[in-house]
Design a protein around this ligand. Sequence first.
Ligand SMILES: [Zn+2]
Length: 152
Amino acid sequence: MQKICPSCREINPAEAAFCRSCATPLGAVAPQAPQWGQPQQAAPQWGQQQPGFGNQPFGGPMQAPMSAPVQESNRPVIALVLVIAGLLCCGFLTSIPGAILGWMEINAIKEGRAPQTGMTMSQIAFYGGIVVSILNLIGSVIAVLVLLSGNM
Ligand SMILES: [Zn+2]
């Protein structure tokens, strides 16, 4: 094995202790030392990152069920309010979002992300929202037809 000088790239014989061109010490071990040091330093870094990545996905779902019932217990009420608002004044502009919200809450309850107590209210909001939306759309069409026929 020949030794290549790290300073001037002069090719020296393997037994040379110093570069014959520029007298730089040819340890030949010296360039290898940092190479050995880097993998040894990298290994603990990988070890530290892997538990870190493992903890985050586990930490997320663990926290979600804790806070989810508190947040999602309001959704059936909001859905029902939207549907009732649609029935009273706002029409399908609020009853359709109410039905969607009720449907989302029903799915959330089926998947265990929301308390069972909201199921009845969610179903009422979902089916009620659909009925109110359809009735309102039909009513809107009839109203438009009446207006058009009145003008003619
Ligand atoms: Zn040299």
